[in-house]
Ligand binder design. Sequence first.
Ligand code: CMP
Length: 138
Amino acid sequence: MGNRTFTMIKPDAVANGHIGGILNMINEAGFRIVAMKMTQLSAAKAGEFYAVHKERPFYGELVEFMSSGHIVAAILEKDNAVEAFRKLIGATNPANAEEGTIRKKYAESIGRNAVHGSDSDENAQIEGDFFFSGLEKF
Ligand code: CMP
């Protein structure tokens, strides 16, 4: 198991003023922020990032939403980071997210769900590389 994962604070949470609250929960849970930036994805870049979901019915909506405003991208470090972070963010659909999770507190719906977290060590590496150069990941 790897010690890094990748996250994005999504446009809904950024627009609603929840960057600070979410970063605080991430810090309180014991993650170290390795790299972080605020940026906005073009539709083309969002489509590339979520290419694994290309055939899903919600792909168009997902790409439109993820390119609709600023996001905060970050690489996080902790033992067993991918699994630990998925526990912290809670279920994709906030209706199923447990108390104490980021999505329970901040997500509006399955699409506007406040944060992304990598689902495997391999994807954590790919997604981190999508946003950050080697020089930024110290
Ligand atoms: P995320 O962890 O960023 O990875 C893929 C995203 O697709 C997921 O979070 C959801 O926000 C989004 N998603 C999954 N299912 C649906 C759905 N039924 N409708 C809209 N968006 C969805």
